[in-house]
Design a protein around this ligand. Structure first.
Ligand SMILES: C[S@@+](CC[C@H](N)C(=O)[O-])C[C@H]1O[C@@H](n2cnc3c(N)ncnc32)[C@H](O)[C@@H]1O
Length: 272
């Protein structure tokens, strides 16, 4: 893959429900991780790069956090995500954030020029390249600057009440990742990855994020349905069943609870 090619392994299709999911995650992150953001230096005036920024929901939260005297750069391998992120930022009237297409392990951005480099929900899609990516982020921050890593242990995710079709979709999605060599439990390894990149770990935390599933929000397995069909792990009939099961979830008056095991590591580059 060259710096301008989309990431060939990333398979979550952007759609209105997927964009809603990103907005939802970004809103929760600011609240749940407020102390970790502060520890990492995510505050007014900071220069921040968000690698694997996706469609821009997190960039928006970061731009609000650093304020008019800070700066935010976004990088993503998917041209559709880059275009969406640009329009989300423009729509919000934010012009202090630039978004470019690039690889997570070779962004092409100048080394040592950021206060904070952020990487959220990217490593689980990059089996075998995890260390290369974290080491690249470490190179982007100035001495004393921070790297903020966040990812999940998807093997511990769930929904309650569930249904056989939702469980089937989730199980096949896990198998699809495994076949690609992706580590869906990578969240557990964030501190080790940071240390191996020459960083000093300031905090390493994990928690269960449990919340009612908003109507209309699907999950990453649903967003990967086309890729699963293309790989032969599922067919159109499976997708129809899963879609019906997700719609049935929307009809429940009592919202199902989704639960996700999330991990975050804040680490800094030694001053010398
Ligand atoms: C699950 S989304 C997370 C988006 C955002 N970080 C967030 O938390 O809202 C992962 C994003 O990382 C991008 N991505 C994954 N692997 C990448 C790679 N190797 N190089 C560049 N972008 C990558 C995908 O295109 C996708 O937009």
């Amino acid at each position: 893959m060259t710096a301008t090619e989309p990431d060939a392994h990333y398979a979550l299709r952007l759609s209105p429900d997927e964009l809603e999911r990103y907005r939802f995650m970004a809103q929760r992150a600011r609240v749940q991780e407020a102390d970790l953001w502060e520890l990492a230096g995510l505050r007014a005036g900071a220069r921040v790069v968000d690698v694997g920024c996706g469609p821009g929901a997190m960039l928006l939260a970061l731009a609000e956090c650093v304020g008019p005297h800070g700066a935010v750069a976004g990088v993503d391998g998917d041209p559709e995500a880059v275009a969406t992120a640009r329009s989300v930022l423009a729509g919000a009237g934010i012009h202090r954030a630039g978004v470019r297409q690039g690889r997570a392990d070779a962004t092409g951005l100048p080394a040592g020029s950021y206060d904070v480099a952020v990487l959220r929900h990217v490593l689980a899609h990059n089996g075998g390249a995890e260390q290369r990516i974290v080491s690249h982020l470490a190179s982007l921050v100035r001495p004393g600057g921070h790297v903020y890593l966040l990812d999940v242990d998807a093997s511990a995710a769930g929904i309650d009440p569930s249904s056989p079709d939702i469980e089937d979709m989730t199980e096949r999605y896990a198998r699809w990742h495994a076949e690609r060599g992706n580590d869906v439990r990578v969240g557990r390894r964030l501190a080790t990855l940071a240390r191996s990149a020459g960083l000093e770990v300031d905090a390493f935390r994990g928690w269960f994020d449990i919340q009612p599933l908003p109507v209309g929000v699907r999950g990453p397995a649903w967003a990967a349905r086309d890729a699963m069909v293309a790989s032969g792990i599922a067919d159109a009939g499976d997708v129809a069943r899963w879609g019906a099961a997700a719609a049935a979830m929307d009809d429940r008056s009592e919202r199902p609870e989704i639960m996700i095991a999330v991990f975050a590591a804040v680490a800094h580059r030694p001053a010398s």
